[in-house]
Each structure stands twice: as C-alpha cells, then as structure tokens.
Design a protein around this ligand. Structure first.
Ligand code: CP3
Length: 355
C-alpha cells in the first residue's frame, strides 16, 4: 500500500510524468449505475439531492474504491450543478438525462448570468470533499476534483441539454462573437474558482471535462475555444496541483487541445495511444484510452484491447490507464474487476503479455 511506504501514490507519480511501480488505473464515471450499490442509493434519493448531501456524495465516491483496486477516487458530483448558481434551472430527468429548463437564447440572458463564488453555490461538493478525504488518505488513494470546460458547459447552457449538431451553440458563437466572449469568460471565472475551492477542500488532482469539444472543427476550436481554455489552464497552474485536460472526438486537433494546457492529456480511443502521445508531445503525461464498449466484449477480446493500449504505452512513465470516455451504465462489474487487476498484473514486472 502506498500509505505504508515512502512513495507517493502511483497515480500522482504518473500525473507528474514520473515512473511508478505499476501503471495506475481509474475509470471515468467509475461511480454510477453499473454498480448495484449506486442504484440502491439512487432509488431513495434524486441526483441533485445526492450531489448536495455531503454524506451521500462521500458514500458514492467510496463505492468503486471499496469494490475495485483503483488508484484514484473522483468526487461524486456532476459538471452541470455550477450552472444553477449562474441562474440556470437544472433538472436530471429520469431516462433522459440533464435538462436546463431556461436555456440561453439571447445575448441578454448571457449578460444576466451570475458568477457566484463556488463556496456559496457548490458548498455540498466542497463539504463532500472534506468528508471523504481523510478516509481516502488512510487508504493511500488520491482524490480527483473536477469541473466542466467552458465550451462543454456553454453547449448545455445554450442547447438546454445534450445535442447531436450543437447548432444553437455554434450559431451563437458565429453570430454574436462578443456575447460568446462574455459567456466563455464568465464560465472561465466560475470553473477556475470552483477548482481552486476544491483544491482548498483537499483534492489532489484537478480534471477539466471538455467532453463535447469534438463537435467543433479545428478552425473553430482554435478560434472560439482554445483561447479560453488557455486562460483557464494558466489560472489552474497557480493552484499547484496536477491538472488533467480531457476531451473526446478531438483527434483532428489534439495538438491544439494539448497546447491549451494541463499536465495530463486525456484521450479517447479514436487514435492509438502512441499516435496520440506523439501529437501531445513527449513531455506530457497521457490518460486513456480504452473504448468503454470493450468492457461488454468477451475477455479474450477485452484483453486484446487492453494489451494493445499497454504495448503502445510501452511502460513509458506518465501513462494513466483509463477509458476513453465514461463507463456505460450496463457495464458488467466482473469485467471492471478483471480490467483493473489485469492492468496492475501486466505492468508489475514491466513485461507486457503478447496477445
Ligand atoms: O464517478 C465519477 O466519474 C464522478 C461523477 C460524475 C458524474 N458526471 C456523475 C453522473 C462525473 C465526473 C460526471 C461528469 C459529466 N456529467 C460529464 C463529463 C464526462 C463525460 O462523461 O463526458 C458530462 C457530459 C455530464 C453531464 C451528464 N450528467 C449527463 C449527460 C448525464 C446523463 C447521462 C448519463 O451519463 O447518465 C448526467 C447524469 C449523471 N452524472 C449520472 C451520474 C452517475 C447518472 C445519474 C443517474 O441516473 O443516476
């Protein structure tokens, strides 16, 4: 156990690009519906209730840590609740996902968005961090704090939910560039403050989720998103914790995504890990990049995919094993356990099995 030795936890070593005794692994959305313990708790409490009640959020944060040999915990929350403090009415609709009932449809709606301090609007999550941290520290497991990236949050705020085309978001961006700038700057302020407060509350690493940045072409990413992400990562650098810059669907401009900042770049499965790493640059750590759907495959197929990721990482320091996007609700628990143990086994002696 890392706690009983002098070594820092392997996840923190990998975030800093340092060699670790094994490849660390955690899974995005590791606390969630694929676990019976989670479903049992959610049957009694709504999503927002869970997020706003520190005892419940702390309990769910620990569920995957109790079940699997994971190298990091992520605080149970969501990227969308900070939008409620800005004046948007968020609801998690059963069987449908998140919905903002008063989406932004005018430049006026952007002007009236509030930017309250996170200590006021996200107190439940900050208290959950304070509550769960000592428990994790005792087990030698670092805690990740997180927030949505400005573009991904803007897309929810404007579309009112998920979208296939992001037509309203892009139309706002193209038609009202000055208002877009005000919106993105407000989101940078809110996200930077939230992450700084999470750091003060005790998290060890910060992750920024730009899940839907891949909706953009290279030109638009560089013009309408990258400048704000750059400012955000510059502010986060001052906090002094490792920062993970995660996005999906951005293979066509991964260099530009990485250039925006962050110590670790999270990548999806669309590029092989070694190709992604060379685009990110050798000096950076990388997180990824197993397709979450491979967890539904028979073990021989899943193992083949896992081994491929490990072979491409080739034992280089600075690889954090993860999925390329969040774990899916119906994922078999046995496949998760097998994956986590296999990554540790295969990287323990430096020998990667040929499959
Ligand atoms: O374990 C963890 O990773 C921590 C918790 C976490 C949740 N959401 C809990 C959640 C994290 C890190 C998130 C991030 C998040 N939320 C993202 C970025 C990551 C990604 O997957 O792209 C996004 C885009 C959201 C927005 C969101 N929240 C959607 C689209 C949905 C509905 C679809 C879905 O995946 O369920 C949610 C709800 C949500 N957030 C659930 C959980 C466990 C499901 C709630 C339930 O029905 O119990």
């Amino acid at each position: 156990m890392p706690a009983s030795t002098q070594r820092p936890p392997r996840f923190l070593q990998a975030c800093r690009g340092e060699a670790a005794d094994r490849t660390p692994i955690w899974l995005m959305r590791q606390a969630g519906r694929y676990m019976a313990e989670y479903r049992a708790l959610r049957a009694k409490h709504s999503m927002l209730e869970v997020i706003r009640t520190p005892e419940l959020a702390a309990e769910i944060t620990l569920q995957p840590i109790n079940a699997f040999d994971l190298d990091a915990a992520i605080i149970f929350s969501d990227i969308l609740p900070p939008l409620t403090g800005m004046g948007l009415d968020l609801e998690f609709v059963k069987g449908h996902g998140p919905r903002l009932n008063n989406p932004i449809r005018s430049t006026y709606a952007i002007d009236v968005l509030a930017t309250p301090p996170a200590a006021e609007s996200m107190g439940g999550t900050l208290d959950a961090i304070r509550l769960v941290k000592p428990e994790l520290e005792a087990r030698g497991v670092p805690l990740i704090g997180f927030a949505g990236a400005p573009f991904t949050l803007a897309s929810y705020a404007i579309e009112g939910g998920g979208s296939k085309t992001y037509a309203q978001t892009k139309t706002m961006m193209y038609t009202e560039p000055a208002a877009w700038k005000r919106l993105m700057n407000k989101l940078v302020t809110v996200v930077a403050d939230l992450l700084a407060e999470q750091a003060r509350a005790g998290v060890d690493v910060l992750q920024v989720f730009d899940s839907w940045a891949g909706a953009l072409g290279r030109l638009d990413y560089i013009r309408y998103v990258q400048p704000y992400n750059r400012v955000l990562y510059q502010r986060l650098e001052k906090i002094g914790l490792p920062v993970i810059n995660f996005s999906t669907g951005t293979a066509a401009y991964l260099d530009a995504v990485a250039e925006a900042g962050g110590d670790v770049v999270g990548v999806d499965w669309r590029l092989p890990l070694d190709a992604a790493w060379s685009r990110i640059g050798p000096g950076r750590a990388i997180m990824g990049n197993l397709d979450p759907v491979t967890l539904f495959a028979p073990w021989r197929e899943l193992r083949h995919h896992v081994a491929d990721v490990l072979q491409r990482a080739a034992g280089r320091p600075g690889h954090i094993f993860n999925l390329g996007h969040g774990i899916l609700p119906e994922t078999p628990v046995d496949a998760v356990r097998r994956l986590v143990d296999y990554v540790h086994e295969q990287t323990a002696v430096g020998a990667v099995e040929e499959v």
